[in-house]
Design a protein around this ligand. Sequence first.
Ligand code: ADP
Length: 324
Amino acid sequence: MKRIAVLTSGGDSPGMNAGIRAVVRTALFHKLEVYGVRRGYQGLIDDDLAPIASKTVSRIINRGGTILRTARCMDFYEPEGRAKAAETLKKHAIDGLVVIGGDGSYHGAHFLEKEHGIPCVGMPGTIDNDIGGTDYTIGYNTALNTAMTAIDQLHDTAESHERIFFVEVMGRLSGYIAMMSTIAGGADHVLTPESKSDVDGLIKELQRSRDEGNYNQIVVISEGDDAGNAYEISEYVKKNSDLKGIRVTVLGHIQRGGIPSAFDRILASRLGVHAVEALLEGKSNVMIGVKADQVVTPPLSETWDNPTSFDSSYFHIVDALLRR
Ligand code: ADP
């Protein structure tokens, strides 16, 4: 192996730059040449890649987003698109590819390896923390801290104006950010995709708490909740209760940006070093993850076959911590 490439694909997450830096520095440490591919798989199809020098990745460890840009690429779903991408890699004599992204990106990498024999290694980059085979994904910790800080700030207004805030956080299929920001931010209730939401039960709880003198309450809702989005749920609550002062805040994309936390920088650095070394050891079609603080290399298929979700006993933690 003489030359490898790295790309970021799918949704961006804070810490991807730390991952790129780790891949580049580790490749150079092992005397490999390293190329950066712009805009994910689209860049492979468009032949949009260039060598990256060590100094290019200086001082990016503290920046959110991805210096390589990222994209969603429809052509890569088709064998013809992947054949073009493989041609680009062969043209530049690239012997291995590191893909930083989510399980969608790993499906792409899996096909690229199967159809064209190009060794591919994945690094988990998503704020949702829902990739099988790893306890943590790059960006989740930062996004969780962003959501927690927002909840802290909303508490001030909720308390001063005696309001009930419905706060929508990211996570279409995963309630990690919702559940953990509820606990860390000291919010009162949480609705996540992991369990069927009972909005009538929520109304009873909000009323019970209000009747006990708690006029300020915070309900965290995961964007993928089965009962609807925060606006829909708040409208239902308004129509079906006498609760007053209801407000909605949707955190949206601010959760995807920002300065990566120390945790995410260290995670991305660690996974980046192991990703390059896995390619050098001849591994392919695997992701580099962490389980119980040990680096692991599950097959890419495990990342979509067994998506992680938090332990449902966390609902009990939220219940036990409620104001009574
Ligand atoms: P993520 O990697 O964050 O899960 P996406 O699901 O949007 O994000 O996937 C990112 C890109 O990976 C897609 O735009 C596409 O180019 C590629 N991809 C996703 N799923 C597949 C698939 N089943 N087959 C081939 N390529 C795929």
